[in-house]
Each structure stands twice: as C-alpha cells, then as structure tokens.
Design a protein around this ligand. Structure first.
Ligand SMILES: NC(=O)c1ccc[n+]([C@@H]2O[C@H](COP(=O)([O-])OP(=O)(O)OC[C@H]3O[C@@H](n4cnc5c(N)ncnc54)[C@H](O)[C@@H]3O)[C@@H](O)[C@H]2O)c1
Length: 375
C-alpha cells in the first residue's frame, strides 16, 4: 500500500464529548490534530494539555490556518450552522457533531455553501460504521431476514440533567430526545433499510420545567422548549414501515433498541449509540434466537471513524460514508416528524440519500488501501 498523506485537522468545541474524539482521532493514521479552539479558551487549553494537542487557537485563528484541511465541529447544536458555515467559507472540509443543524434551512445552506466552495460536509453519528451495525448491514444485504417489512426503534430515558454538566441545550430546539438521540437511530435505520419516503408522528412536552441534579449547576431550573416525547412513523422507500419512539420522559422500559422484521426472519440490532453488539437473529422456523458473531472491525468506542473515513475518501476522490446528504435526510426526517405532529398529517420528504457503501471487514486503512477496490 502506498502511504497516504496525513490530513491536518482542527477541533472547534472542547466540551464534554471532545475527550473521546481527541483520544480516538489520534488512533487513525491518516489524521493529525494540529489545533483546538473553544469560545471558552480555558476549556480548549485543558483539553489540549490532556490530549497533547500542539496549539490552542481562537476560532477565527483556527479557521484562518492554511495548514488545517478539515474542521471537526463539536460545539452545541445551536452553533453547528454558524461554525459550519464559517468553516466552509474558510475553504475547509467540515465534519459536524449531530444534528447537522437546527433547521432544514440551515442544513440546506451548509450543503449549498459546501457545493459552491467545493468542500465536503460530513456529520456524526458514525456508529453505523461500527462492527455491530455493519454486521447487521451484511446480514440484511445477504438476505438473511428476506425483504424488510418493518422496524421498531425505542430510545427512552429520563433526560440528561442528572449527568451532563451543562444540560440546558438538551431542552432547546435542536435538542430533545429526537434531535439528540434520533440521529443514531435514523442513521442506523437508513443505513440498513435505505431512505425514508414519508413520516408522521405525535410529539409533546410532558414537563415544562426540569431541575438540574448534576454538578456544577445542581438546583438550576431549565425551561423546556422542545418536545420530550415523540412517537414517529416512517415509511421507507423500500417498503418497510418504521416506528421510532424517542423520549426523555420515561423512567424505565423493557423495549428493544432496534428490531428489524423481514419476510424470512427478525434481526435484533444493537444500541446504535455504540459500536459493538450484540447482534441476534431468529429466522422463520427457528426455535430460538442466535447470537451472530460480529464480522467487522471497530467493536469498541470509535467515535471519529467517520472523520477518518472522510479523510481517506477525500484523498482517494471517492464519496465518504457519514455524508452531509445522509445527515440532511436525517434532519429532514426529524423536522418532518415534529411538523406532522403540529399539522396532524403525513409529510412526504423532499430529501433523499443513497445508502452509504458498506465497510469491508478489517481496518479502515485496509479498506482504503489502493489495492482494495472494496471502498
Ligand atoms: N455529551 C455527550 O455525551 C454527547 C454525545 C454525542 C454527541 N454529542 C454532541 O456533541 C456536541 C457537543 O456536546 P457536548 O456535550 O460536548 O456539549 P458541551 O456544552 O459540553 O460542549 C460544547 C462546547 O462548545 C463550545 N462552543 C459553543 N459555541 C461555540 C462557538 N460558537 N464557537 C466555539 N465554541 C463553542 C462551548 O464553549 C463548549 O465548550 C453536541 O452537538 C452534542 O449533540 C454529545
């Protein structure tokens, strides 16, 4: 394999999620984290010290740095579009944390600006590139459950104010369980079943006010400005009917994360907020569930694999998997579920996307080596 030129990346947003990114990104040969930035310079300095990032810069300085080719935007959802547009305007590739943006208009603006500038947009989540969800993809593509008929997905908890140090954004537009956790579930479903054609749903706010019980803001009230219990129905272009319930209003439940029902069997899909298993299968006529050995690499937390894949794809001039088009389709689906609830109808989506290419088994490096055509 010929050696591939490393890509210099800059990270904007050095809050809670940045630690795992700063740790994992350094494990990919192609990536070189050269700088980090945050509105709060002290946070950026702390993370730079902990993860040996050579430079701490102001956001504008990072964007003006000609050596940085790709910016990883780990700011809060309400800043995703602004920081993303500034990144694109600086001529750099952009990888946003999820959601891509708060609104379709912002999402569209990001993709249009990137097209004009000739730069790429990528977006989290990238858990669908992990071993568990890639194993599921392979089983479905091999026809093990026949033609997918339906899917049920449930993400229900009691919210983030008991553990996140700064949980306000979870209860503002762009947060809530649908925008916060929905991207993992919808991205997983779209990767497995293809794009969505139309949606409907019901959404509500159960508790208009929340009280933080984590430190350092213990006792602070949060006013809830986005739905916290959302039941969505999705008709996939391929014919499957999906149900997605996301909630921050539920103390406990016994429902699966994701199940896919096919004409020839049922697939139990692992938590799409993780990279590993278990993957379980029960085909028509079988008496019990079977644990399926994982067939792919990346069984443990590999947040950032989508960024490494994007870097390899850029160097190879090929499409990357955690793409802006996929994230926009997810954003469009989530917005449409909320609108369907307000308007009391089905909403036909105007966006679509193709299923990302499956990953071959083995490492990303091998997948993108120039003697491997199986990108
Ligand atoms: N915390 C998690 O467990 C988790 C998990 C997966 C994904 N995410 C996603 O990661 C993103 C960040 O979440 P977090 O939990 O790290 O939030 P956080 O509040 O802990 O950190 C966000 C950081 O971004 C900085 N910031 C905000 N606006 C900025 C701007 N305009 N320019 C520069 N810096 C800015 C803040 O100062 C803060 O340090 C969100 O999109 C969230 O959905 C979080």
């Amino acid at each position: 394999m010929t050696s591939i030129e490393k890509m210099n990346i800059g990270v904007i947003g050095c809050g809670k999620i940045s630690s795992i990114y700063l740790q994992i990104l350094q494990t990919f040969d192609i990536l070189n984290i050269t700088a980090c930035a945050d509105l709060d310079m002290e946070r950026a300095r702390t993370q730079a010290r902990s993860f040996h990032i050579p430079r701490v810069l102001h956001v504008e300085e990072l964007l003006a740095d000609p050596e940085i080719e790709l910016v990883v935007n780990l700011t809060i959802p309400s800043a995703h579009a602004e920081v993303g547009l500034a990144t694109i305007a600086a001529g750099k590739a952009l990888y946003n944390e999820k959601p891509l943006a708060l609104t379709r208009e912002q999402g569209h603006q990001l993709l249009a600006a990137a097209q004009t500038q000739g730069v790429r947009v990528g977006c989290a989540p990238d858990t669908f590139l992990g071993s568990g969800l890639q194993t599921c993809r392979k089983l479905i593509d091999q026809g093990l459950i026949g033609t997918p008929v339906a899917a049920n997905a449930f993400m229900m908890s009691h919210g983030a104010e008991s553990w996140h140090p700064n949980p306000d954004f979870y209860y503002q537009p762009g947060g809530g369980p649908l925008f916060d956790m929905g991207p993992y579930y919808l991205t997983a479903l779209i990767n497995l079943l293809g794009p969505i054609q139309r949606v409907t749903g019901t959404a509500k706010i159960t508790f208009p006010e929340r009280i933080i019980t984590s430190e350092p803001k213990y006792g602070t009230k949060i006013s809830v400005n986005t739905p916290t219990h959302i039941a969505g129905v999705m008709d996939f272009v391929g014919g499957a009917v999906g149900v997605l319930v996301t909630s921050f209003d539920v103390w406990s439940h016994q429902l699966p994360r994701i199940e896919i029902y096919g004409t020839d069997g049922t697939l139990s899909v692992p938590d799409p907020n993780t990279f590993g298993g278990p993957v379980r299968l029960r085909r028509a006529g079988e008496n019990d569930w079977r644990d399926i050995p994982l067939t792919h690499g990346y069984t443990t937390n590999s947040r950032g694999i989508g960024i490494a894949d994007m870097a390899y794809a850029l160097r190879a001039g090929q499409p990357h998997r955690a793409s802006g088009a996929l994230a926009y389709h997810v954003l469009d689906s989530m917005q449409a579920i909320l609108e369907a609830s307000t308007e009391g109808r089905h909403i036909v989506l105007t966006s679509t996307c193709s299923r990302p290419e499956p990953l071959p088994s083995g490492t990303l490096e091998t997948a993108w080596s120039d003697d491997n055509e199986n990108h």
